[in-house]
Structures are given as C-alpha cells and as structure tokens.
Design a binder for this molecule. Structure first.
Ligand SMILES: Cc1ncc(COP(=O)(O)O)c(C=O)c1O
Length: 457
C-alpha cells in the first residue's frame, strides 16, 4: 500500500499529500494505473481525518494526477497533457527527460508520402488484411530485419502495432497466467504492463557490464518452476545502454536451449549501434522472437514493428494478432513499406543517430565519463549515482532544479534493485541548448552532493 511520509502536524496536509503523490510518481514509486489506498486506509495510516484525505484525493483528481472511479477506487493517472502538467511536465521551465521521445524534429515528411498515396488508387487500403500483414508489407519487414542482421524468410514475419504490442502478443502466445518470464535486473517498464495484464510473474536476473549473468539465469531456472521465457534487450539495453557481446549471447542461448525456454529479443535500438553482435534469433532460431520497431529509429506514431517469430508458434501468434488488433491498419503498413523501400527509413535512422551522437558526447562531457553509461548513438544515458545519493533524493532535487528524470525503481521488478541510478532521455530535450542547461544543473548537483535541506514534509 502507498504510504507517503507526511508531517502529521503540518497545517497543510492536503498540499503535503499532493506533493507526496507528485514526488512518488516522478521517482517511479507510483506507476500509472496503480491503485491508491482507500481514503479510510490512508487516513488511518497517517493518523489524520478521513475528510482531509478525501479533499486531497478530490484535488488530485481535479488536476489530473489521479483518477477516482466510483465503486472501484483511486488510481494514478497515465500520460496525457493534464497528467504531465499536474506532475510538472506542463511547467515551461521544466526539462522533462523522463520519456524516451525519439527526436521528433528529425521525423520523415508524412505529408509528402500521403500526397503520393492520394494521387494513386489506394482504395485497397480500406480492405481487411491478413492478421500477420499482407505479403508486400512483410517483404518490407524482411528487408528491415535483414538490415538488423536477422536471418529469416518472409513467412516468419508478422507486423504488430509497435514493440509494446509485439511484447503482449509474444508473451500471450507462450506463457499463461501464473507462469514466469525472466527479465534483466533493470528492464523496459512496458514489459511490466503486459505481464501484469496477462497475470505473468516477472523475475529479474542480475547483470554485469556485459548484460545478464549466465549463472543468474541458471539459478533462476533451478529455483523457479514454470519459467517460459527470457525477455531481453541486448543491444543498447533500456535503461542501462549495456551491450551484450556475442560470446555472452552464445552462453545465454545455450542455457535457454537446454531448458527449452523462449527468448524475446526486443532489439529496437539495435540499428543505432555500430557494434551489432549476433542476434539471439540467429543463435537459437527455433526459440527466439526478434522485435524490430520503427518507433525509435524512424518515428513513434506510425506504430510499426516487424517481428520474426519461431515457426512452431506462428499459428498461435496469428491468433493473438486477431484477438488484439485483427491486423495492422493498412495505411500505416503502406507508409512504412514505402519508407523501407525508398530509403526514407534508413536515411531517417542515420540522421537521428548523428543527432543522438552529438547529445551523447555533450552528456559525457558535462556529467563526466566515470558516472555515465551510454552507447555513442543512443537517445538515453544511465547515470550511476555516487554512494552519497539515494535515487529518490536525486530525482527530487533534480525536479526542484527543473529537470525531471526517472530512477531505477521505474525499471525494476523487485523492490530492492542493486543499481541506484537515473536515466536521462536526451532525445526528449527540445534542443541542444536546453539539454546543455539541464545537464549542467545535474552536474552541479553531482559535484556538490545532496543538499542538507531535504527535510521530511
Ligand atoms: C526496449 C523497448 N521495447 C519496447 C518499447 C516500445 O516501443 P514501441 O513504441 O514500438 O511500442 C520501448 C519504448 O520505449 C523500449 O524502450
């Protein structure tokens, strides 16, 4: 149950509850959609009047911070303009580096492509499509997966509405409620959403500088029954940017093969990396799903991911596609197909990679190489916090300095992550100047250490 630290004697209890909500949302302690305690529970826990909690919830609800549903309870709201402005994202002075936005200024020209489509006979884009996507669309997927270095044929490919949808479709094809999937110690938070919806347990595996530690994988397989899969993003891992080299992948693939567990290789940042080790999909094709999304390397709104599926589970995957979206909207697939075939997707990737590289260099220069993990051309960096900082205090002080970042709590599936740190999404800054100003503030905080004035409210 959420238990904020509030001074019982403060005359501003309502404000204190709302501030605690904001702080815990920003630090990742409260996830969007999370259920809050009932008014009676919170009042009892804080030793204050129920009417005070009721007014705090009412106010938080009216500004979009939480959503109260009569008969169901109160929940943390999700993204959205009102929510972001409630937690501070609407504050013009705030540099919000929480979400991995993929450099919108460098997106391809949609109007140009739509004008071309409008001049042609495009009525066929209004017809139902096969669940995996029409062959012509999957052929573009084949080219894109080949660019990623994945050996596959057009029949192994399905198209999903982005990588998040791919994760849900793949998970639901191989694991049932009550079964287990293994993830990296710090992992992409979207997997938590899919697993929660499907009732799948997640167990985290320790990592070193080369990614998942093989012995940790073995231990988890010995200690837990019903492990069905390993979910990993092995190149430019989100959030740590760690790259798992081929030798380590061979060891991991070997263990997965011996224990008969699937690998969900979510490698949506792979094309940003100049070093591209052998994909798991080539090392263990019979058990590996490979996910390549357009979202980061081309644009986020088209909602396209090409997924290479092990042939034994293609049938069930098609059924999951039917259940979740029937098929990708053909207009979206048409645009993606054109962009793959005419080189727009590749040239956008290169432009974004170049800009990401400039931002990485700047971050490393300002924060210092010692504290930062970052692939030269990824959109985010991971700051390993020095011992004097707790993640919560760093996030809170950064927020007071008008820089919003997310910490290890957001990326962890267990409450005691051993890797205190924060992720900075460099691509979310509107421009280099704004990024530089924010980075300088963080560098100053790191140099000075936590301020002594962080009292309890
Ligand atoms: C590792 C990883 N996988 C999947 C996704 C979701 O991507 P998409 O926008 O294609 O659904 C993200 C988004 O940030 C991500 O970082």
């Amino acid at each position: 149950m959420w238990k904020p630290i509030i001074n019982r004697h403060t005359p501003h209890k309502i404000k204190a509850i709302i501030n605690a909500l904001k702080k815990d949302i920003c630090s990742g302690h409260l996830a969007s959609g999370e259920r809050l305690p009932t008014q009676t529970e919170l009042a009892n826990c804080l030793g204050i009047a129920k009417s005070t909690v009721a007014r705090a919830y009412q106010e938080a609800n009216s500004v979009g911070l939480i959503k109260t549903i009569v008969g169901s309870g109160s929940f943390v709201s999700g993204e959205g303009d009102q929510f972001l402005s409630a937690v501070g994202g609407g504050n013009l002075g705030l540099l919000d580096l929480r979400v991995d936005y993929p450099l919108y200024d460098f997106d391809p020209s949609l109007s140009e492509t739509l004008s071309q489509i409008a001049l042609e006979d495009s009525q066929h884009l209004l017809t139902y499509q096969e669940h995996a996507g029409r062959e012509e669309f999957r052929n573009a997927g084949l080219k894109w997966l080949q660019l990623n270095g994945v050996d596959c044929s057009v029949d192994d490919i399905v198209i999903t509405s982005g990588a998040q949808h791919a994760i849900t479709v793949c998970l639901s094809s191989i694991a049932k409620a009550g079964q287990t999937v293994l993830v990296e110690e710090l992992t992409y938070p979207g997997i938590k959403e899919s697993a929660e919806m499907l009732g799948i347990n997640l167990i985290s595996l320790s990592m070193d500088e080369n990614g998942i530690i093989p012995q940790a994988l073995l231990n988890a397989l010995y200690d837990n029954e019903n492990v069905k899969a390993l979910y990993t993003s092995p190149t430019v891992q989100n959030p740590t940017t760690i790259l798992t080299p081929t030798e380590r992948r061979v060891e991991i693939a070997d263990i997965c093969q011996k224990h008969g567990i699937y690998i969900l290789e979510d490698d949506i940042y792979r094309l940003f990396s100049d070093v591209r080790p052998e994909p798991y999909a080539n090392l263990l094709p019979e058990l590996t799903f490979f996910i390549a999304s357009f979202s980061k390397v081309v644009c986020g709104g088209l909602r396209i991911a090409y997924v290479r599926v092990p042939s034994a589970v293609l049938k069930i995957v098609r059924r999951r596609l039917l259940a979740t979206h029937w098929a990708l909207p053909p207009l979206m697939a048409e645009i993606a197909t054109r962009w793959v075939n005419n080189g727009t997707a590749s040239s956008t990737l290169l432009t974004k990679k170049e800009e990401a590289g400039k931002r990485q260099k700047l971050a490393k220069k300002i924060i210092g190489q010692k504290l930062i993990l970052g692939n030269l051309s990824s959109f985010y960096v991971w700051i390993k916090l020095p011992a004097e900082w707790s993640t919560e205090v760093f996030i809170s002080e950064a927020f007071n300095n008008n820089v919003a970042v997310l910490g290890n709590g957001t990326f962890s599936v267990s409450s005691n992550s051993s890797k205190p740190g924060v992720r900075l999404c460099l691509g979310a800054a509107p421009n280099i100047a704004a990024l530089e100003a924010g980075l300088l503030k963080l560098a100053e905080m790191l140099k000075d250490g936590p301020s002594a004035a962080m009292g309890v409210i």
